[in-house]
Design a protein around this ligand. Structure first.
Ligand code: AMP
Ligand code: MG
Length: 495
């Protein structure tokens, strides 16, 4: 994509705002609304560096910029228009409490959206106040950075600024603004919006833009819209498989919360499972379990069907043919997901070769975990240790010991057949089985301290989560499952 501006500021801002050049129907020019007393709660210095930004300069002036009181040079702020199916129902949405400052061009030539979330009302705010509370913004910061460290594609968090204002929810809460960094904010819902406009030129421009940004090699494909769809499908299949493999529950997989870049986006009510349970739901508003842990592949498939519908006018002028082509492409999702999932499970079990029954072997282990209500993360860590040492003690499978030992015998025989050294197996397993995940009780503990003004607990947690694949004495307390008898964990949409 051509670079239009090459201005560089002292902090290193170097914006090129290609989204602002898309048809006007797709966005609205609007800036952040200044806040009373900007402060900098947390700054991601490492990420700042990767983006070509000077963390020192940002620290000095960052509160002002990250709270939205000062617009960095070269920024052309806007709110993106989008729609979405929320719990199955179509609605027009848009950035109701966020503005895109622009796209930062990194020293390596990368392009990243810099978005302020919680920056005040926009034309898409409906009845909302456009603001966000400190707790949920810090929570997004922690969760997204943890996901990144786990090697899972995700939007990132550059900073959280405090506003010195209170916002009104069920109670008064301190306000905050999160600076979100993303490969783009183009969602399934962005295409649904363009499709619902009935403006073919806008839909076409959006598709061409998305391809240029995320799949440049397919810009000249024979059927670009179909190529875009196939690429998005493949990324989603891979992403959801990665979620499932670490026990992540997104919690609100509405079509407006699914990014075409393949990044995890929108950390409202997400959480990690402790005990393995496909029915696990944390979100207080997901009463029917639509977005339960084990439902996520089905929902991704459903969301992709909504994307396919939005793309139909571009796939073929003959709509019957378009439906047939889209249907055929969509039908590849289950197979694609299974391929990604199986490859993740093989790594988790230390299987370096492929055998017909690998999926069944993994299933049997997972079923055993479920029956025993065993901790998902720690069970795989124990399995890694078993592969490393050759000893089979320490597996926290408190259920049927006979079933476990019969499974272990099969697993050991399977490992023996692949004829790989213990070290080789352990390297793969260690990379697939994190020691630490952001345990719900640890995240809550950090947030409670931070909202009360003590950021040290969160900083310690962030340091541990930044290195999830190494078990150390320091990480040990963070590996523990929540104390027995803890109340079921509940999350709330971060509005
Ligand atoms: P989310 O649940 O965060 O995915 O948001 C869904 C939609 O509601 C998006 O269009 C948001 O911009 C909008 N929204 C959420 N919270 C607010 C708020 N406090 N003020 C205005 N719009 C909001
Ligand atoms: Mg959202």
């Amino acid at each position: 994509m051509a670079l239009k501006s090459d201005k560089k500021s002292a902090a290193g801002w170097r914006f090129d705002n290609s989204y602002a050049r898309l048809p006007e129907a797709l966005h609205s020019q609007v800036g952040p609304i200044p806040v009373a007393r900007p402060g900098l709660a947390v700054l991601n210095e490492r990420l700042a560096g990767d983006l070509g930004l000077d963390a020192g300069v940002l620290r000095e002036s960052g509160g002002e910029i990250f709270a939205g009181n000062r617009i960095p040079e070269g920024s052309e702020p806007l709110a993106e228009a989008y729609a979405g199916h929320q719990f199955g129902n179509f609605t027009n949405l848009g950035d109701g409490r966020a503005v895109l400052l622009g796209e930062q061009i990194t020293p390596g030539g990368g392009r990243f959206d810099i978005q302020l979330k919680g920056s005040g009302p926009t034309p898409y705010s409906r009845r909302g106040d456009g603001r966000a509370a400190l707790g949920p913004m810090l929570r997004e910061y922690i969760m997204s950075e943890a996901m990144h460290a786990l090697g899972i594609p995700t939007t990132r968090s550059l900073a959280v600024a405090t506003t010195g204002e209170q916002i009104v929810r069920e109670e008064l809460l301190p306000g905050a603004v999160l600076t979100r960094v993303a490969a783009s904010h183009i969602r399934v819902g962005t295409f649904e919006y363009a499709h619902a406009l009935g403006d073919r030129a806008a839909l076409e421009a959006l598709a061409r833009y998305t391809l240029a940004r995320h799949d440049p090699a397919s810009v000249d494909a024979e059927n670009p819209a179909l190529a875009l769809f196939a690429a998005v499908l493949e990324r989603q299949a891979g992403l959801v498989a990665q979620w499932v493999c670490v026990g992540f529950v997104h919690g609100v997989m509405n079509t407006d919360n699914m990014a075409l870049s393949g990044e995890t986006i929108d950390y409202g009510p997400c959480a990690f499972i402790d005990a393995y349970d496909p029915d696990a739901v944390f979100s207080s508003i997901d009463r029917a379990g639509r977005y339960a842990y084990g439902q996520q592949p089905n929902i991704a498939h459903w969301n992709l069907a909504r994307l396919a519908e939005a793309l139909l006018p571009l796939i073929d002028d003959d709509q019957d043919r378009a439906v047939a082509l889209a249907g055929e492409a969509l039908g590849r999702f289950p197979e694609s997901f299974r391929r990604h999932y199986l490859s993740g499970l093989r790594a988790k079990l230390g299987l370096l070769t492929e055998e017909e029954d690998d999926f069944a072997l993994a299933r049997e282990f997972l079923d055993g975990l479920k029956e025993a209500k065993a901790d998902f993360t720690n069970s795989f860590v124990a399995l890694t240790r078993a592969a490393e040492t050759g000893r089979s003690d320490g597996l926290p499978w408190s259920g049927d010991r006979t079933a476990l030992s019969s499974w272990q015998a099969k697993w050991k025989a399977r490992l023996a057949r692949q004829q790989r050294s213990r070290d080789e197996v352990a390297v793969v397993m260690r990379r697939a089985n994190p020691f630490v995940i952001p345990r719900n009780h640890r995240v809550e503990e950090a947030l409670a301290a931070a909202v009360a003004g003590d950021f040290a607990v969160m900083q310690r947690l962030l340091d541990i989560l930044a290195d999830p694949f190494t078990g150390t004495p320091a990480s040990a307390p963070y590996q523990e499952a929540p104390p027995a008898g803890s109340a079921a964990y509940r999350t709330f949409c971060g509005t």
